[in-house]
Design a binder for this molecule. Structure first.
Ligand code: UDX
Length: 434
């Protein structure tokens, strides 16, 4: 199959590369000439494990191409995939200006029947809007539009695409259904075929549900602290019930990233526009907004209410491990709050530090994990990178005087920390003060 992918962001690039690796000819198109030039030379704009290697492999094997030119990208494509950004507007609505611009450019280069598929997360009704824009330009409707939302996670994007749990296909014709089924056949047996509106809704409902699970377990954690229960055990006990499932029950500092915050607020807005008050998702957002500051309270408590001039070693800046993505990362709110309280922050995150510095004013970072920890008054864990999980606690004990750790990701066992003489505060579990 010949495919043209519009937009070389996370979704577009990963999907394009995985589709090419499955044997399709894929041309990834972006209007950013510098980005395209870099990609042609195997220089990838994002940090994603395995992506550079897979791009190089498929370029070398002659299946993956990059261009800024719609005529070149679309000339022999059977399928055109729209994967441009839909950033949130000030009011939480998804901004569709890039989608509309892509639809116009596609229309101007539509030389024969093609299926135009939207992979970007878009509000219900966007498929119909794209169809209207293209029809207006070309003056006929001998093309199909379709919806095919993306469920990949940053940090494991290639694995998630190659081993997708399901493909969701929203279509209006059997021809488009057949083409999209053929494309996904190598990746999954679970293909949900539906209309475009339902497909668009599946993406929002899925992400809002996962965000709900996280805010739910975080509220359970907050109650656990007050009644002396242990949230990790509560989650384990809940998770064996297949109706609940063990995943997304890790209590912590709440969700961040490019999807959950944006998609929950977009869903609230979609509902609002049709006169429905989506109460649960609004509360999920409110709980998440507060949860990140729990670690600030715990640090304040550890130092009896005074963080002035306390040296805090912050481990991890990205919203989750294996990514340099700082979009809505809890660290962006937590660090300035600590600085406001007078704390002296030195952070460690070799992958995300560059992006973090663009968002957090006066952020100081160090190149070596143990040098950052050395002589700190407290360690604050914000991202559970493997390197942080594997922290050598014996070594840490020798580098610091006050052995205070506040852990926003629950990566250590409190009993073990107590045995080793740490003051250890985590989320939804008893603080040990040995
Ligand atoms: C998410 C969805 O998982 C994916 O299907 C969708 O396409 C895009 O949004 P992503 O944002 O990359 O993917 O990361 P994910 O691994 O889902 O984590 C999201 C956030 O939730 C992170 O901040 C993570 O730390 C947090 N989280 C996740 C928890 O706090 N607890 C959990 O149990 C799971």
């Amino acid at each position: 199959m010949n495919i043209c992918v519009i937009g070389t962001g996370y979704v577009g690039l990963v999907s394009g590369v995985c589709f090419s690796d499955a044997g399709n000819k894929v041309t990834c198109l972006d209007i950013d000439a510098q980005k395209v030039e870099n990609l042609k030379n195997g220089i990838i704009p994002i940090y994603e494990p395995g992506l550079t290697e897979l791009v190089e492999k498929n370029i070398n094997e002659g299946r993956l191409f990059f261009t800024t030119d719609y005529a070149e990208g679309m000339s022999d494509a059977d399928l055109v995939i729209i994967a441009v950004g839909t950033p949130p507007k000030e009011n939480g609505e998804a901004n569709l200006q890039y989608i509309e611009a892509a639809a116009r450019s596609i229309a101007e280069h539509l030389n024969d029947y093609k299926v135009i598929v939207t992979k970007s997360t878009v509000p219900v009704g966007t498929g119909a809007m794209i169809k209207g824009v293209i029809k207006e330009v070309v003056g006929h409707d001998e093309f199909d539009v379709a919806s095919n939302p993306e469920f990949l996670r940053e940090g494991s994007a290639i694995h998630d695409t190659v081993n997708m749990e399901r493909a969701v296909i929203g279509v209006e014709s059997e021809k488009a259904e057949a083409i999209l089924k053929e494309l996904h056949a190598p990746f999954t047996k679970n293909i949900v075929v539906t209309n475009i509106e339902t497909s668009e809704m599946i993406k929002y409902a899925s992400n809002a549900f996962l965000a709900t699970k996280i805010s739910f377990i975080n509220e359970v954690a907050n109650v656990c602290e007050l009644v002396g229960a242990d949230v990790t055990k509560v989650a384990e006990g809940m998770g064996y019930d297949p109706r609940i499932g063990p995943q997304f029950l890790n209590a912590g500092i709440g969700y961040g990233g490019s999807c959950f915050p944006k998609d929950t607020s977009a869903l609230v807005k979609i509902a609002d526009q049709v006169g429905y008050d989506f109460k649960i998702v609004k509360d999920v957002e409110a709980v998440n907004g507060l949860q990140r500051f729990k670690v600030v309270d715990k640090l304040v408590e550890a130092f009896n209410g005074d963080l002035k001039d306390k040296k805090i070693a912050v481990l991890g800046l990205a919203f989750k491990p294996n990514t340099d993505d700082m979009r809505d990362a809890p660290s962006v709110d937590v660090i300035p709050k600590l600085q406001e309280l007078g704390a002296d922050i030195l952070a460690y995150d070799r992958i995300a530090e560059k992006n973090a510095k663009a968002l957090i004013p006066n952020l100081r970072t160090g190149d070596d994990l143990y040098e950052v920890i050395q002589n700190s008054d407290a360690i604050l864990i914000l991202t559970e990178w493997d390197e942080v999980r594997e922290l050598d606690l014996e070594k840490v004990s020798k580098l610091v005087e006050s052995k205070v750790i506040v852990d926003g990701r629950n990566i250590f066992d409190p009993a073990h920390m107590e045995e080793n003489g740490f003051y250890y505060a985590s989320i939804g579990r008893k603080t040990v003060t040995s």
